[in-house]
Design a protein around this ligand. Sequence first.
Ligand SMILES: [Zn+2]
Length: 82
Amino acid sequence: MSVESKHKCLTCGRVFPEGQGIVIKIAGETLEFHSSKCFAKFARELLSRLPQDEIKGYIKKIREEYEEVLEQKRKLKSKKIA
Ligand SMILES: [Zn+2]
């Protein structure tokens, strides 16, 4: 197995194969997590350190997008039932 096809969890150090875990490329960095639990730990830490005023707008936007998707799903469901 080549080096590229293996990942090392940033949070706990566990090595895991390509196709498993969570691998995110952002800001020129590759973030690797073997489980969603490890990712959540990192994400929580990152979010708490980000400038709160700056991320507020993004949080609002993403929340709105999710709410829209949920609303569409809800409508689709009620259409199927009717
Ligand atoms: Zn891990």
